[in-house]
Ligand binder design. Sequence first.
Ligand code: SP5
Ligand code: ZN
Length: 341
Amino acid sequence: MRVIYSEDHKLRDARTELHAGQLVTPFEAPFRAEWILAAVKQAGFTDVVAPDAHGLETARKVHDPAYLDFLATVWDRWVAAGFTGEAIANSFAVRRTSQRVPDNIVGAIGHYANAADTSITKGSYEAAIASMRCAITGADWLNAGNRFAFALCRPPGHHAGIDLFGGYCFINNSGVAAQRLLDHGARKVAVLDVDFHHGNGTQDLFYHRGDVFTASLHGDPMQAFPYFLGHADEEGEGEGTGANRNYPMPPGTPWDVWSSALADALTRIKAFGAEAIVVALGVDTFERDPISFFSLTSDDFTRMGAMIASAGLPVLACMEGGYGVPEIGLNVANVLKGLEA
Ligand code: SP5
Ligand code: ZN
């Protein structure tokens, strides 16, 4: 198991998250990656390397290049406008509105935002690039013929759509990794999203494509973020018809129910003909996660890794969510143990 980690994740250290009507300290904070790295090393996964210095070529195949330009410049534009707080969208391009990108920075940030939970700060872009590089470097470890890699991505990526940020995500690391695998010989790949939240960004990236199967197990969007995608009847369109599968589940969902959905997803991934699996690995399905409502235990994460490995395909896990509690490190390490068991 190769682990890819960059210290540059620390460049994203926001002070504010709009939560429950207040600006609180963000759930998605640097301690997460530090705790996960420590636990993974402690568990014996000591092959930890820094990512290679990849540019945006692969990201441009899954994201709108104008959106990537926006991410690169939004902080400087925000500061130039004279604003002193962190950059938070407060006006949105919703139903029946123009999709022109406003020149004004407040308009532009609203155009590109799918949620106001994610404040943009100085250094957020640089951290997002480092996170993406971890995912690409992990994909290349598989491209070189290896079976397992863990990209300790931070910030996470699965809520980032073609031209949307939010849900603590800017660049869709798992999606970029899937594209990298395709660009280096794989004909078909799968993104298996086990984060508590629906992978709305990843679904957006590949919804019309037949070369990437996307599956997401998550809290029912009727009850949980990201609210507006993730229903069971979203199956893909055009060439992507049948290549998206959603498994929304209710509050309190335990391992026996959750794992039945995982088994179904793995069967479909095999039937699709995927040659590798990118796991969008959130551990916010844990019973004590502060913002989620499933009931998985730490031992269940070992079972999860073993089930995913039983598909017999190369696996790249990219870190997504998992918050607040010390067990996030143990739970990630348990998935890696299960994969290699
Ligand atoms: C990567 C990832 O896990 N992103 C999640 C972003 C969620 N942001 C909005 C959080 C809303 C939480 N509301 C739950 C209240 C629990 N009492
Ligand atoms: Zn999540």
